[in-house]
Design a protein around this ligand. Structure first.
Ligand code: FAD
Length: 406
């Protein structure tokens, strides 16, 4: 079997940024990344792709081009964790051992869990910005639709970028408004959860945006089935008596965000918590039972909002703590739950929702964080992708250094 000092599972936003950060701090560290995919994606720009504002090709890079030169790439999928033996098993049967393990394989998108959905994705007006190959179709649908019913769905949280389901609605509606078509549209937002956003301070302005686009907001309404050819979708919601009722809706366009869960190989491992996420201490990101294991990004249990922006901060905490552990020093850093969700409420307008654990607002910039600004749009479209590729994935810390607690 192969052995590495630090084994990172997943070469997504978290895995690559952490490998780069560790190697910047300690260039001779033996770091390997286990990752089966040929390509790495900058997913936050898919929302802009769905609005015709970003070239999808620019969101995709070869995996070998983003893996740091000093890190080893093991091109395989992990199927099992055996933390008692400091071992992971790959689908190829290969056995890998480690001194420290970082688990960052993201989460699973459950497209299959909605009957009828997979067959119709990419046709019949059914689309999703949650896949690179489908985001351009969102823009095609938005441009082609002259009038009719447009439905936008959101599953139960936690999901990655919890603002993205409504971003798709705002940007589509904005296009129809600018082309004098909004009055011929009937727009509905169906959110399986009970609130428009997880942090209450942002809800009033988001509600105003929904009203400005004449969009009907349905909370507690969960997409359960689709018939693309018939252009029908079914939702379940609890009625006043607490009974679950099924509601049929006809649509001309349907933007779906799929239910999201921990990967099965994480959930069914000794590393998971009761909900199936990689269990971590919310502050140190260290596993509570296996001290040489850490969790990072969408895959882990901390109750932050799952975003790349959150990972930008987690990486610094994790890199410092992991290296301290290797030196038998106390873990020096604590993650405060920081996350940022740039909510595109219209083309050229954005609410940069930045917050930490328990919904505490954590604005980086001075202006009122709950109101839309043009500056945020330009940051999202031009600045953030550059920060991602050139700084975050290279191990630099831009506005990223969390406070030392010890
Ligand atoms: P990922 O980046 O998803 O990477 C996981 C990696 O693990 C993948 O490369 C995968 O191939 C690999 N993997 C999977 N299974 C295995 C296995 N068995 N073995 C080994 N490797 C495996 N974030 C923001 O900050 N701002 C935004 O505006 C924003 N908007 C978004 C909009 C959309 C439409 C989407 C989809 C996401 C958005 N996000 C946004 C969220 C952000 O993209 C994710 O939070 C982030 O990519 C998570 O990083 P990760 O490393 O945890 O997982």
């Amino acid at each position: 079997h192969r052995h590495h000092d630090v084994l990172i599972i997943g070469g997504g936003s978290g895995g690559i940024a952490l490998a780069a950060s560790l190697l910047k701090r300690q260039p001779d560290l033996d770091v390997a990344i286990v990752e089966p995919a040929e390509h790495h994606f900058y997913q936050p720009a898919w929302t802009l792709v769905g609005a015709g504002e970003y070239d999808v090709k620019k969101t995709k890079r070869q995996m070998h081009a983003v893996i740091p030169a000093k890190a080893k790439w093991i091109k395989a999928a992990v199927t099992r964790f055996q933390p008692e033996q400091n071992t992971v098993i790959c689908a190829t049967g290969e056995v890998l051992t480690y001194q420290q393990l970082v688990v960052a394989p993201g989460l699973a998108l459950l497209w299959d869990s909605i009957p009828g959905l997979v067959e119709t994705l990419g046709k019949n007006g059914v689309t999703s910005n949650y896949r690179a190959d489908l985001a351009p179709y969102t823009w095609e649908c938005v441009q082609n639709l002259q009038s009719g019913v447009a439905l936008f769905t959101q599953p139960m949280v936690p999901i990655k970028c919890a603002g993205a389901p409504q971003k798709a609605l705002y940007l589509s509606a904005d296009h129809w408004q600018k082309n004098n078509r909004l009055n011929r549209m009937h727009i509905e937002f169906h959110n399986a959860g009970g609130a428009l956003f997880s942090v209450a301070d942002f809800i009033p302005n988001l509600t105003k945006q929904m009203q400005a686009y004449n969009a009907q907001v349905n909370l507690g309404s969960n997409l359960v089935a689709v018939d693309g050819a018939a252009k029908k979708a079914w939702f379940e919601r609890k009625n006043a008596d607490g009974q679950i009722e099924r509601i049929e809706k006809s649509f001309d366009m349907l933007h779906v965000v799929p239910p999201q869960k921990p990967h099965a190989f994480v959930k069914d491992s000794p590393l998971s918590n009761a909900d199936g996420w990689v269990e971590v201490d919310n502050a140190t990101l260290q596993h509570p039972r296996f001290s040489n294991v850490f969790g990072l990004g969408d895959a882990m249990s901390a109750p932050n909002s799952k975003t790349t922006a959150a990972i930008r901060k987690q990486v610094v905490v994790l890199a410092e703590n992991l290296l301290a552990l290797r030196d038998n020093r106390p873990l020096p850093m604590a993650y405060d739950g920081y996350s940022a969700c740039p909510i595109t409420v219209g083309n050229g307008k954005l609410i940069l929702a930045e917050f930490g654990y328990n919904g505490v607002l954590m604005p980086t910039f001075g202006n009122d964080p709950t109101t839309p600004h043009a500056s945020g749009w330009y940051m999202k479209k031009y600045l953030f992708p550059r920060v991602y590729w050139h700084l975050m994935l290279k191990g630099h810390e831009i506005l990223a250094r969390p406070k030392r607690t010890k």
